[in-house]
Design a protein. Structure first.
Length: 229
């Protein structure tokens, strides 16, 4: 078995195990789908962070993501995976998640070949984590079980998103900037990104924030890298 085939199978098994864990929580422990969905959302983001370490081509990432896009589409059509799909509202978030991972990985490869302002991993990790962590935090802080079902987003959720993404961005930039910039400069870099993605999370409905948050983060990092290089 080739290394890439082994990686594909191993990562697929990890994603399936995450889905199975969410199903156990939903079916056995009666955890609401709003929460099991967020667990999968965060867990998927964390597993996705492994992609730059094991995949060298965007096509490899695309193959894995399209496979799971098909799994999610079929499960929604035939009523499987209620821990992800049974949220009582129409949302494209699950379907957009694999698509945007492909886009962000392609962006990461593009930036890796052209810019050295930060460690290249930042260009993948930051857009993914802004979506994977910031979005669930905003939903939970805004009382998602009651409000998001009605399509309502709250000031509390937006502020929570901004704070979390500011902290995550600053920490990632600090770890991955190779000591080129001071912590103060990194905070200045992180705040606009957090503000722009918080606005995207607030104004984008129907699960489309899974798309707008990382794409806006990518655009910001591209502009920032141009300015700093």
């Amino acid at each position: 078995m080739t290394p890439i085939r082994f990686t594909f199978i191993a990562l697929s098994a990890c994603f399936l195990a995450l889905f199975a864990f969410a199903e156990v929580l939903y079916r056995v422990f009666n955890v609401k789908a709003e929460y099991t969905r967020k667990i999968v959302h965060i867990g998927t983001g964390i597993l996705t962070l492994l992609f730059p370490m094991y995949f060298t081509s965007t096509w490899q990432v695309a193959l894995l993501c399209i496979t799971f896009l098909a799994v999610l589409y079929i499960s929604e059509r035939i009523g499987l995976l209620p821990s992800i799909n049974n949220v009582g509202r129409k949302t494209a978030g699950s379907m957009l998640y694999p698509v945007v991972v492909i886009i962000v990985f392609a962006f990461y490869k593009y930036m890796l070949a052209r810019y050295v302002v930060f460690n290249g991993l930042l260009y993948f990790y930051l857009p993914i984590l802004a979506m994977a962590i910031g979005d669930p935090v905003a939903a939970l802080a805004g009382n998602v079980a009651k409000d998001e079902t009605k399509g309502i987003k709250t000031n509390k959720g937006t502020i929570s998103f901004f704070i979390v993404v500011s902290v995550v961005s600053t920490m990632l930039m600090y770890v991955l900037n190779d000591e080129r910039y001071s912590i103060g400069e990194l905070v200045v870099f992180a705040i606009p990104l957090a503000a722009l993605t918080a606005i995207a999370e607030r104004v984008t409905g129907g699960g489309w924030d899974n798309f707008t948050i990382p794409v806006i983060a990518c655009c910001y990092l591209l502009i920032l890298s141009n300015l700093l290089s």
